[in-house]
Design a protein around this ligand. Structure first.
Ligand SMILES: Nc1ncnc2c1ncn2[C@@H]1O[C@H](COP(=O)(O)OP(=O)(O)O)[C@@H](O)[C@H]1O
Ligand SMILES: [Mg+2]
Length: 141
């Protein structure tokens, strides 16, 4: 689907993603983290990518096949270098309340991959194996 660059659209996309996840019988917690990852991805596309310019679109694909959730978000902004994003765990960033969206996405999703889109903008691919049972707490242990 194609969304205009308004934060209000995040809720609608989360609602649709929730519908897509309904048949998967996920724990409330897993569901919560997936919808949070989607929110952070869309917020970045709307804010940092498209600069809330309503003429620019956010392109969103969501799909579950064989218990693999795939989310693809593309904006029409300038793109960025994910390597240059500050580490929210660095001491100087510990008390900042922003700069954690990508970190959260990486904590919970199995794959978080950025790529510059053809013709400008940024593409983000999020993948989560819904059968994997890889809960947030378990990761990194
Ligand atoms: N789609 C995007 N287009 C351009 N820059 C982006 C995009 N997504 C993320 N960024 C950059 O990555 C940084 C970190 O993003 P994030 O971890 O979500 O933290 P926050 O959104 O709070 O700044 C942003 O501040 C921005 O500089
Ligand atoms: Mg963000």
């Amino acid at each position: 689907m194609s969304l205009s660059s308004r934060f209000e659209n995040i809720e609608m996309a989360q609602h649709l993603c929730g519908k897509l996840l309904d048949p998967e019988n996920l724990s409330d917690e897993t569901r919560h983290w997936i919808l949070m990852a989607l929110r952070e991805a869309l917020a970045n596309a709307i804010k940092h990518g498209n600069g809330q310019d309503r003429a620019k679109r956010v392109h969103l694909e969501m799909d579950v096949t064989a218990r693999i959730l795939r989310i693809h978000v593309r904006d029409e902004g300038e793109g960025f270098d994910p390597e240059k994003v500050e580490d929210p765990l660095a001491p100087e960033n510990r008390f900042k309340t922003s700069g954690r969206g990508i970190f959260y996405m990486k904590t919970f999703m199995d794959e978080v991959r950025f790529q510059r889109a053809e013709g400008g903008g940024m593409e983000l691919f999020l993948t989560k194996n819904l059968a994997g049972g890889k809960e947030k707490e378990e990761k990194g242990s």
